[in-house]
Structures are given as C-alpha cells and as structure tokens.
Design a protein around this ligand. Structure first.
Ligand SMILES: O=C(O)C[C@H](O)C(=O)O
Length: 465
C-alpha cells in the first residue's frame, strides 16, 4: 500500500494514498484497534452529511462562509448521502466518547474530496477548504455528534422501525378479526382457565403493538430537538447570531423531518435523555414482541405432544438429525432480537446516566445500540410477519379437544350451584378421570339437561372484544 503525508496540530501522519481521510482519522484508526466489526453506523455518517451541509448553508447566510466554499462542502455532503464515499469512514465506535474523531473524519474527507473536485491532486498543495475552519465552522463535536444521533434515530424510526411494526400489527389485527368466533380455552399461570376466542387473544397482541407505537411516537418531541449551535459546552461560542435556529431549519428542510433547535443546549450536549426515552419505547416493544412470539410458538407447539391450537407456516427443515421436524424459527429469531434490544437498553441506560458536567462521553455507544435496536425491531417484525404471522391458522381439532377437556368450564356453574359445589365437580372429574358432565350429574348437583343449558363455552367469552 502506498502512503501520503498528512499533518495535524501534533505533526505528520502517514495516510493511505488513495483515501480522502486525513491525519486525525488515521490516528484514531491506529490508536483504537478495538472491535473492528463495530464501525461507526452509516446512519450517523449520513446524518453528519446532512448537518455539515446545513451548517455550510447557515454559515453562508449569516456571512461567515463564502458561497463557493458552501457549494463545495454541500457537493461532497451530497456524495456522502449518495453512498459514493462509503469506504472513507473507517472508524469504530470504540473511540473518544464525544465522537470527535468521526466528526474530524467527516471534516477531513469533505476538505480533501473538495480539493480533488476542484481539479487538484489528493495530498498535493493546501486545500481550499479547511477541515476545522470551514467544514467544522460554528460547530464542535460536542454539538454535532448529538445532532447526528437525533437525526439518525428519528430517520430510522420513521423509515424502518415504525413501518415494520405497523405491518405486523395490521396482520395480527386481520387475524384477530378472522378468529373472532373461534372459542378456545384460556390459560392463566399456564393452567386451564375460562374460555375466550382466539380473536380476543390476538387482539391483546394488537393492542400491545399499538401502545408500543404510541410510546415511540411520544418520544419524537424530544428527539426533534437538535444540539447544533451549542458548540463546545452549550453556550454557542464561535457561532454567528441566529445560527442555531437557522441550522435546525436547514436540517429539517434537507431531511424532511420536523427538527427544531434544542430549547436548552446544555442538556442537549451533556445528557442524552431523548435517546434513553426513545430506546425505552423500543425496549417496551421488544418486551411485547417477546410475549407475542412466545405465545404463538407455544400455541403452535407439537405437532403431537404440544398445545397445538394453531398452525404456523413450515418454512425450513428444523433438524439436522430428526427427520421431518419443523421448528418455530421465526419466533426464535424475534425473541433473540428482543433479548438483544433489552441488553442494548442496559448499555444505553448506563451511557445516558454518565454525563459529566458539560458533556456526555458515551455518545457513539449509545448511538450504535439505538440504531441496532431500531433496525432489528423493524426488520424482525417484517420477517415474522411475512414468514409466520400471515400464515397463522387455527387448529380446530386441537382447540376443540382442549376446550372439551377443560375443567374450568365448571366456572359457568358458580351462579347456579355455588363455587364450593362446582369445585367438588372439578376435583372429582380430575381425580376419577371423568368428564365434567359425568362428575356433575354423578354427584347429583344437576341434570344432563341443565349441564347442556349452563355449560356453553360460546356463552363464556364475555362481552369484551
Ligand atoms: O471535538 C470537540 O469539538 C470538543 C471535544 O469533544 C472536547 O470537548 O474536548
């Protein structure tokens, strides 16, 4: 590999000759050889492209950056957003907790790429655009990185997470309606309970996802606040008047999302409660998905020795050794995703609780965990929807068998013969391996006709939808 020499305030650094990044990026590459798989997320780099372009426009509007520089900076930012410079951001999240090195990575790439766009040779001569003085003008890592976090988080929730959850929610809603007359036995404490319909059971899942979506949307207010303009400690040193409001307006225009400047820049740099709050909603959805996917795999368990009250699609051979076995693999994937998201919530909580005075220095790990959770939930919902939920059908034989066998249909007799007599019927039926009817009539508490009249599972499903 050939190298060129780049400089920063600490001196000369050898940088791969064909790369646009500069000395500070290379120092980070060399000094943080930690977990190479944990690259700075693409969503964060794209968010930096939006905010650097917005900063350039604002700086020009406010008279502190020539229009020629603005246009060059904006052109490179657009190239980043088009994915043309994807190999120019080699840093990992395990670096400075402010994300300074990734901020500088973007600044250096923009300056050097602009140099080449102007017809110069990479590494030869002084660049017209300076990474700090121009690309980073009116900014600090301390306000750019949190701004990038909010842009990336908001965008991924809108583009990936919410559509995925809604897709699954809609399918479960359709199933709930389709199954509204399918009476089955309920289970509480994993033990037989009174009946309900399969539709009622599924309506609970729909409601869980609707509440999760609402919780997520409730976090948009805080996520829409941008730190940019706070610069180093939140005071806005080195920014022209009106910069913070205007730069947020440009970001809103470029992203088509309702961003505004943060009301309090000290909070926006030193705390990431918006990320903690929003990930809290993602955790809530993970908790819901864990319950839903577990219920569905247990209802589908069998085919001969399980509960077997629903069928789910047979997607792949399940076993390398047991012929003909098929497993609830989509449920397993979703529940693993839920476990990962709950784990990410711990990392985010620890990160969020560690703002020291004017700066939180857990920014990259918080961003990476958030983006991973948001994508995993969106993707997992689509996968579970397409390869499992859409194909769920009742197993009428299994449902009927359990319903007829259930001892808790006896609950319907409480108003007629009292709880204690009804309990005797249930216990006798269990002990003597009899049906409820046999036990009830045998104990002399009621006649066959009364049993037919009073013990009707279809009348035991209550009035609630
Ligand atoms: O990189 C910056 O702009 C500031 C840095 O994070 C610092 O506060 O030392």
């Amino acid at each position: 590999m050939s190298f060129r020499t780049e400089h920063d305030t600490m001196g000369a650094v050898q940088v791969p000759a064909d790369k646009y990044w500069g000395a500070q990026t290379e120092r980070s590459r060399n000094n943080f050889k930690i977990g190479p798989e944990a690259s700075m997320p693409k969503e964060i780099i794209d968010a930096f492209a939006y905010l650097k372009k917005a900063a350039a426009y604002t700086n020009t509007d406010l008279g502190v950056l020539p229009a020629e520089k603005r246009d060059l900076i904006a052109q490179v930012c657009d190239e980043i957003l088009d994915g043309k410079l994807a190999t120019e951001f080699p840093l990992v999240i395990w670096q400075t907790g402010s994300g300074t090195q990734s901020n500088m990575n973007v600044n250096e790439v923009v300056a050097n790429r602009a140099h080449v766009i102007q017809g110069n040779i990479l590494g030869e001569g002084k660049t017209f655009i300076h990474p700090n003085d121009d690309v980073n003008k009116s900014q600090s890592s301390n306000d750019t990185y949190p701004t990038a976090m909010h842009i990336a988080a908001y965008k991924i929730l809108i583009d990936v997470t919410i559509p995925g959850i809604e897709k699954l929610r809609d399918t479960l809603q359709a199933k709930s309606e389709a199954f509204k007359s399918v009476v089955k036995i309920g289970r509480t404490h994993l033990m037989d309970a009174t009946p309900l319909t399969l539709g009622q059971e599924f309506s609970g899942y729909v409601s869980q996802l609707n509440h999760g979506l609402k919780a997520l949307r409730n976090t948009f207010d805080h996520l829409s606040e941008l730190a940019l303009g706070g610069t180093a400690v939140g005071t806005g040193i080195n920014t022209p008047k009106g910069y913070d409001v205007k730069v947020a307006e440009y970001i809103a225009q470029f992203t088509n999302l309702p961003f505004i400047t943060a009301e309090n820049k000290f909070e926006a740099l030193a705390a990431h409660d918006a990320i903690v709050e929003s990930h809290g909603a993602l955790k809530q959805i993970a908790v819901s998905l864990m319950k839903i996917a577990n219920d569905i795999r247990m209802l589908a368990s069998g085919p001969r020795s399980g509960i077997g009250e629903i069928h789910i699609p047979d997607n792949e051979p399940g076993s390398s050794i047991m012929p003909g076995k098929v497993n609830p693999t989509q449920n397993e994937a979703v529940t693993m995703v839920a476990a990962q998201v709950m784990g990410n919530d711990v990392a985010i909580s620890i990160g969020g609780s560690n703002g020291h005075y004017e700066l939180n220095v857990f920014k990259p790990v918080m961003a990476a965990n958030f983006l991973q959770s948001a994508r995993l939930i969106g993707d997992a919902c689509v996968s579970f929807n397409d390869h499992c939920a859409v194909g769920i059908e009742p197993n009428y034989d299994g449902i009927k068998k359990h319903l007829e066998n259930s001892l808790m249909l006896v609950t319907a007799l409480n108003p007629h013969i009292g709880y204690e007599n009804a309990a005797k019927i249930a216990k006798t039926a269990l002990k003597e391996n009899k049906s409820l009817r046999e036990a009830a009539v045998g104990l002399g508490y009621l006649t066959n006709e009364q049993f037919d009249e009073w013990v009707r599972p279809e009348d035991m499903i209550g009035s609630l939808k």
